[in-house]
Design a protein around this ligand. Structure first.
Ligand SMILES: Nc1nc2c(ncn2[C@@H]2O[C@H](COP(=O)(O)OP(=O)(O)OP(=O)(O)O)[C@@H](O)[C@H]2O)c(=O)[nH]1
Ligand SMILES: [Mg+2]
Length: 401
């Protein structure tokens, strides 16, 4: 799974990326700070099972703090987009090419309206975030459309002559863009193109299909960033009034600050917390106090910085992932080396224990026999559908030797 962070130039994508990955990449208040894509590891937040099982876990590929498990997921910070990018404006198709591998998107918007369409700073409230959302979506659709519709007449005629289904050919054409066959078939259906011969699809049909395939294959959360600027509140209300229900108000900069302060032992804060607590021995300057008071007001108004919430909502609601804990010993909840609850895997809803085995290792999948539910100590059928926070022992021919 790869989450792409997209958006207009200079809206806070890299700050958001820094906030979720804790890596330092360049940020600055001018357009195109990020030119090369930055790939990093972010963490989704779930309730760990360690408290329920009353064990002291020592995870290897994830992190557990006070019963909160942070599970890694790859994110990519993508260069900013300006209107006309599909025609090569700004960093143009570079943006679009970097977005191709993403399975889901966090679309960062300057919800305060303090950057123009090209990403240049303007007075807060003078730009329209709704326009930004639309143009970014349209650029994405136009880019997909240029791939889908390349030499369409020749492509569609060949399909007809060879008696090949357009779904299959489109799947080939769109391979490498993290778009599945199901997305393609559904998008054809939603575009009312099931019964229209591909040779007579016109530009509008191809664009409609591209838009639908984008919506299906790249689930998106809108991170309405810069909630610390006062013009943001009204803009978020307008966006919601216009029917956008996938919006999370965000303060990317505040999240970076809080994480840094927590690292420096100034306060207790875990990403996704609804409050932070200044440590009793922290020696805060007046300036630090002022900043923390401002962030505190944001917590009161919005509940959190929204950054972790955006990532979690994308993964668990939009992508419908579940987190599963595989173990070798269903009693001790350990792996071979005795690590307790060593791993957490993110899988799509509807996955079976065999799917989990495939994700862990090809060899394990090959010799996979059956799975055991570590809660009930019961053997599971091959068709069992894994549930969020299941603890699963996988038994293979190799592990029984
Ligand atoms: N007020 C406020 N400013 C923010 C916030 N997040 C980011 N910024 C500022 O917005 C400006 C742009 O931030 P970046 O993270 O570099 O933006 P970007 O979208 O990656 O920019 P490009 O890579 O150039 O497209 C910087 O001055 C940040 O400090 C926020 O939550 N609140
Ligand atoms: Mg950037």
């Amino acid at each position: 799974m790869l989450v792409g962070i997209i958006g207009k130039s200079n809206v806070g994508k890299s700050t958001f990326f820094n906030a979720v990955t804790d890596l330092s990449v360049q940020t600055a208040n001018y357009p195109f700070t990020t030119i090369e894509p930055n790939v990093g590891v972010a963490y989704v937040r779930i309730e760990c099972v360690c408290k329920e099982f009353e064990v002291m876990d020592n995870p290897i590929h994830s992190v557990c703090v006070d019963g909160i498990r942070f599970v890694p997921i790859k994110v990519i910070d993508i260069a900013g987009l300006v209107p006309g990018a599909h025609l090569g404006k700004g960093v143009g198709n570079k943006f679009l090419d970097d977005s191709r591998q993403a399975d889901a998107l966090i679309h960062v918007v300057d919800a305060s309206g303090s950057t123009d369409a090209e990403g240049r700073p303007v007075g807060a409230g003078s730009a329209d975030p709704l326009y930004d959302i639309k143009f970014v979506e349209e650029e994405f659709d136009q880019w997909l459309c240029s791939i889908v519709g390349k030499e369409w007449n020749k492509f569609a005629r060949e399909a007809e002559n060879k008696g090949q289904k357009i779904d299959v050919l489109l799947a080939k054409r769109l391979s490498g863009l993290s778009i599945s066959d199901i997305h393609i078939t559904k998008a054809i259906h939603q575009s009312n193109l099931d019964n229209k011969k591909p040779v007579i699809w016109d530009e509008e049909d191809i664009l409609k299909f591209s838009k639908n395939v984008r919506i299906l294959s790249k689930p998106t959360i809108i991170a309405a960033n810069k909630i610390d600027i006062s013009s943001t509140g009204a803009n978020i209300s307008t966006m919601r009034d216009k029917g956008y229900d996938n919006i999370i108000p965000c303060a990317a900069e505040a999240e970076v600050l809080l994480k840094r302060a927590a690292k420096n032992k100034i306060l207790h804060y875990l990403p996704g917390d609804h409050a932070f607590e200044v440590r009793p021995n922290a020696n805060l300057t007046d300036q630090q106090m002022k900043v923390l008071n401002t962030i505190n007001l944001l917590f009161k108004k919005y509940g959190s910085t929204g950054v972790q919430d955006a990532l979690d909502k994308l993964c668990f609601e939009s992508l419908k992932l579940i987190a599963v804990f595989p173990v070798e010993d269903e009693f001790k909840l350990t792996d071979k080396k005795g690590n307790i609850l060593p791993d957490t895997y993110l899988l799509p809803e509807g996955s079976t224990p065999k799917d989990l085995a495939v994700k862990i290792h090809a060899d394990l999948a090959k010799s996979f026999l059956y799975a055991v539910d570590a809660r009930k100590k019961q053997r599971l059928g091959a068709e069992y559908l894994l549930k969020h926070r299941d603890v699963i022992k996988l038994v293979s021919a190799a592990s029984r030797r």
